[in-house]
Each structure stands twice: as structure tokens, then as C-alpha cells.
Write a protein that binds this ligand. Structure first.
Ligand SMILES: *Cc1c(COP(=O)(O)O)cnc(C)c1O
Length: 368
């Protein structure tokens, strides 16, 4: 059996380091906003080449607080990808603003810059591209549209720790970025965790106050804030994992290269990598018209797969009030009907990735 993702091996590879770091936190008696959070914030900012990093409770809270810091509120509109995980939309809804979906580029799955302008209204405040599946969104034309219309840009970088756009790491390209360190992400904690990064002193300051009850000085509250802090235990784990991020992303790259090379002469649609992109392969997503049959076949062959994602946000019951019917976003809807994520991760061996390829070549619904 080849699992879709093997999280236990990540712990086993560095077990002694994790055990000792977590024990030290417990012995220190310092659990909230202590030395590990500070150190992680410094180290992650340095890794990304961005001025500020603020540790957050999770990715959804990071998106939400980033929008609050940008001044988004009731009556505003935020441009979001039609093709994304629902968290991107939920964060907008929490502020009282409305998510306005825009279709992706068919072969990169990411927000199509050419379609943004048509969705802009006088209420639009922010464009929120997602670096989906670990592939950077095409940021330059997005920043250009934003500049022309005086809009701010929030990057949802939850799936793209380490990915590069034109040689620069994502997360410091727009005005502000939100990160998730959910366990399955390329940089993942042993629980919920997240961060916000920005090059703006002003935004960083706002976020620091907002995440801690609206307070800079204990028991003095400047604004109606939140409790969305990263905790010491997760920060200690993330520091260890960060030191391995490049190496682990490199292992993902090798697996992606193996899949791409061995599956190119087939009727599968494989992920396209534009020349300006250095993806980190959070997911390796293939497309096939007989997706459901293919997933069933692979399960019987002992290969674990997942669908990212089976239902687009605009067709979720949660968003029935937006009145966006089936057919409203055909590119996105086709993607959701046909995508399948193959096993991928730093602890998947190349041998096992080869077994996945062999299973696809045997009697699968795929023609190779
Ligand atoms: C994981 C994820 C989030 C949410 O992160 P959590 O830490 O689970 O709250 C947001 N956006 C995208 C694109 C994600 O993949």
C-alpha cells in the first residue's frame, strides 16, 4: 500500500530533535509568544527574504487577519480564485466583504490575470491570488492590474513554502501574505499553525496587535483584536522543519520529475510549469476525463490518492447565498470534475513513485 501522504516518517526522521525541543518548551514554562515564536519569525522571514514574519494560529486566521489589517470590511469586494480551497473565500466572508471569483488559467490552475479586470468594481479592495498546489501564481500581471486600480494584493501562500516566482520566493511579492503550517503542508507543524509575512512596517505592526487581543501592552487594548497567536510548541517544531524545508522540497521535485517523465506520453493532462515558476509540488495533480474510475482503480492497486478539490466553493451549500449556479465558472467546474492528486511528499521513495507509474501503465483507464 502506498499512502497518499506519509506524515509519520517526517517525525521519525528527526525524532530526537523534535522530542528534545518539545520537552524544552514544557520545561521552560513559556508557552505563548516566547523565544521559539520570536526565533521562528526571524528565521522564516530570513528564509523568504521578507522583512516581517508574524506567527499565527492557522492559515485561515492568517488570511482573515491580513484582510482586516488591509482595511477590508462590510461592503467591500475581494477578487478570489474560483479554483481554490474554500478557506480563501471564508476569510473574506469573515470580514463582512464579498468574495468575487475569477477563473484560473486552464493549465496552471492559478488565477488568470487576464480575467481580473472584468471583475473589478468600485467596491473592490484587494486581489487575493493563491499559489495553488505549490505553483506560484503569475504575480507580475496581477500586481500591474492592482496598481492600475489602486488595489492591494494578499498572497495565499498556504501551499507554497519555498516556491519561487521569477527567482524570488513567494510571500514577499504582494503587499502581504498568509501561510498555513497545517501538518500536511510542505512546512507543517504537529497541529494547527500559520503566519503572515509582509515588507510593510505598518501592516506588520497592525497584525501583531490584532493577533494578540488588540493589545501591544498587556491589559491595554487599542482595537477590537483577536486571539490568533502561534504557540511555542508549534514554533519549536517549525524551526526544526524549516531547517529541512529545501531538502524536503528537493525530494518532492525529484518525484515530480519522475512522474512527468514517465507519464508524458499518455492521455493524462499533466501539470504545466511556466518558465518563470519554481514550484514546490505541494500536490502533484493530474487530470483525466474518467477520474472517478481512475481513483477507484488506483485504490484497488494499493495507491492512495485524493481529490483537490471535489466541490468548488461557489457550488458549496455554505455559499448558496451568493447565487452562483452550476455553469457559472466552467473552467473551474471542469477542473473539479477531472483532477486527481497522486502520492507526493518528502517521505515517498522514488521506488514507490515508480510503483505508482507502473500501476497507471498496467490496466488503468489511462492510455499510455
Ligand atoms: C491549508 C490552506 C488554507 C488554510 O490553512 P489552515 O491552516 O488549515 O487554516 C488556506 N488556503 C489554502 C490554499 C490552503 O491550502
Amino acid at each position: 500500500m502506498i499512502p497518499f501522504l506519509d506524515l509519520k516518517s517526517a517525525y521519525n526522521e528527526l525524532k530526537d530533535e523534535f522530542d528534545s525541543a518539545v520537552a524544552k518548551v514544557m520545561e521552560s514554562g513559556y508557552f505563548i509568544l516566547g523565544p521559539n515564536v520570536e526565533a521562528f519569525e526571524r528565521e522564516y522571514a530570513a528564509y523568504l527574504g521578507v522583512k516581517h514574519c508574524i506567527g499565527m494560529s492557522n492559515g485561515l486566521d492568517a488570511l482573515h487577519i491580513a484582510l482586516v489589517a488591509l482595511g477590508v470590511g462590510p461592503g467591500d469586494e475581494v477578487i478570489v480564485p474560483a479554483n481554490t480551497y474554500i478557506a480563501t473565500w471564508l476569510a473574506v466572508t469573515y470580514t463582512g466583504a464579498t468574495p468575487v471569483p475569477v477563473e484560473p488559467v486552464e493549465n496552471t490552475y492559478n488565477l488568470d490575470p487576464a480575467r481580473i479586470e472584468a471583475a473589478i468594481t468600485p467596491r473592490t479592495k484587494v486581489i487575493l491570488p493563491v499559489h495553488l498546489y505549490g505553483q506560484p501564481a503569475d504575480m507580475d500581471p496581477i500586481l500591474e492590474v492592482a496598481k492600475r486600480h489602486n488595489l492591494q494584493v494578499l498572497e495565499d501562500a498556504a501551499q507554497a513554502q519555498g516556491a519561487k516566482y521569477k527567482g524570488r520566493r513567494v510571500g514577499g511579492i504582494g503587499d502581504i501574505a498568509a501561510w498555513s503550517f497545517y501538518p500536511g503542508k510542505n512546512l507543517g507543524a504537529f497541529g494547527d499553525a500559520g503566519a503572515i509575512t509582509t515588507n510593510s512596517d505598518e501592516l506588520a505592526d497592525k497584525v501583531r496587535v490584532l493577533r494578540n487581543y488588540g493589545s501591544r501592552v498587556k491589559y491595554v487594548n487599542e482595537v477590537v483584536g483577536f486571539n490568533t497567536r502561534l504557540d511555542e510548541m508549534q514554533a519549536a517544531v517549525l524551526r526544526i522543519k524549516l531547517s529541512k524545508l529545501d531538502e524536503w522540497n528537493e525530494r518532492r521535485r525529484k518525484i515530480a520529475a519522475l512522474y512527468l517523465e514517465n507519464l508524458q506520453d499518455s492521455d493524462l493532462i499533466l501539470p504545466a510549469v511556466p518558465e518563470w515558476a519554481e514550484p514546490v509540488w505541494h500536490l502533484f495533480v493530474i487530470r483525466h476525463p474518467r477520474r472517478d474510475e481512475l481513483q477507484k482503480y488506483l485504490a484497488e492497486a494499493g495507491v492512495g490518492t485524493l481529490i483537490h478539490y471535489p466541490i468548488p466553493p461557489h457550488l458549496q451549500e455554505a455559499y448558496a447565498s451568493l447565487n452562483l449556479k452550476e455553469g457559472a465558472f466552467p473552467v473551474t467546474e471542469d477542473i473539479h470534475r477531472e483532477v486527481l492528486s497522486l502520492p507526493m511528499g518528502p517521505h515517498l521513495s522514488l521506488e514507490d513513485a515508480g510503483v505508482v507509474v507502473e500501476a497507471l501503465k498496467k490496466n488503468s483507464p489511462v492510455k499510455i
